[in-house]
Design a protein around this ligand. Structure first.
Ligand SMILES: Nc1nc2c(ncn2[C@@H]2O[C@H](COP(=O)(O)OP(=O)(O)O)[C@@H](O)[C@H]2O)c(=O)[nH]1
Ligand SMILES: [Mg+2]
Length: 220
């Protein structure tokens, strides 16, 4: 009984702070994407590949969430992009208060597009609203085509599913149609893109998706 109350309180507290984040993000004209996946699906690789395509037209900021180390933030900082690292010290997801602190340390005035790389985990991050405009999840084809039904929450909560590492399709038994079908069973509105951070295949579609979403957010 006690545990249920604690969980409910935590969730309610998170919801309230997420609303504050949403206000702060909107007020500053920022469009934000929360990038989620299991560890190693390619979140940082995607950001490193995405930023050069957008940086001429958008001012970009990144919040990096990790259990330990600043390695991913260093990869982003090498591109000369404003990046704030959150080390959760073992917590398996970002929550709204962590992001709140990060938002106050970034120059939101000048940022157009904010990417939040969540902690690598296919379950917990989906439970925490950060106040972002949209959730994007990656599933790499090395993780198996059975994951949507096994981990439905993240698929349900995401606006876009990026199937990454399609360059490895010839080496792995991954049925793309099955994975897409299961994802759509769980979330009929989810959009799906296929992509390879290694070869660059599909990056154009992802860049167009971001541009379209950005336009939608900024123009209402
Ligand atoms: N073959 C292949 N490897 C990839 C691709 N994307 C990422 N990787 C590799 O997958 C590993 C994990 O990538 P990373 O971006 O660190 O994943 P993250 O933990 O989700 O941020 C790295 O060794 C990347 O080089 C891809 O499209 N194809
Ligand atoms: Mg990473």
């Amino acid at each position: 009984m006690h545990e249920i109350h604690v969980g409910t309180d935590l969730r309610e507290k998170n919801r309230l702070i997420a609303e504050e984040n949403r206000d702060l993000i909107r007020k500053n004209g920022v469009v934000s994407l929360n990038i989620m996946s299991a560890p190693g699906a390619g979140k940082t690789s995607l950001l490193v590949n995405t930023i050069p395509h957008l940086r001429d037209r958008y001012s970009i900021g990144v919040i990096e969430g990790d259990l330990q180390t600043s390695r991913d933030a260093e990869r982003i900082a090498e591109l000369g992009i404003a990046v704030y690292q959150i080390q959760t010290g073992g917590v398996c997801h970002l929550d709204a208060s962590m992001v709140h602190s990060a938002l106050h340390r970034l120059d939101l005035d000048i940022i157009d597009l904010l990417f939040i790389e969540n902690v690598g985990n296919l379950v917990c991050p989906a439970e925490f609203d950060l106040g972002e405009d949209a959730r994007v999840m990656l599933l790499s084809i090395t993780e198996g085509d059975d994951k949507p039904k096994k981990y439905p929450l993240m698929f349900r909560e995401s606006r876009l599913l990026v199937l990454n590492k399609v360059d490895l399709l010839q080496y792995v038994d991954f049925d793309i149609d099955k994975a897409k079908g299961e994802a759509l069973d769980i979330n009929p509105d989810i959009e799906i893109l296929e992509l390879s951070c290694k070869t660059g295949e599909g990056i154009d579609g992802w860049i167009s998706w971001i541009e379209k979403f950005y336009g939608k957010c900024r123009n209402g």
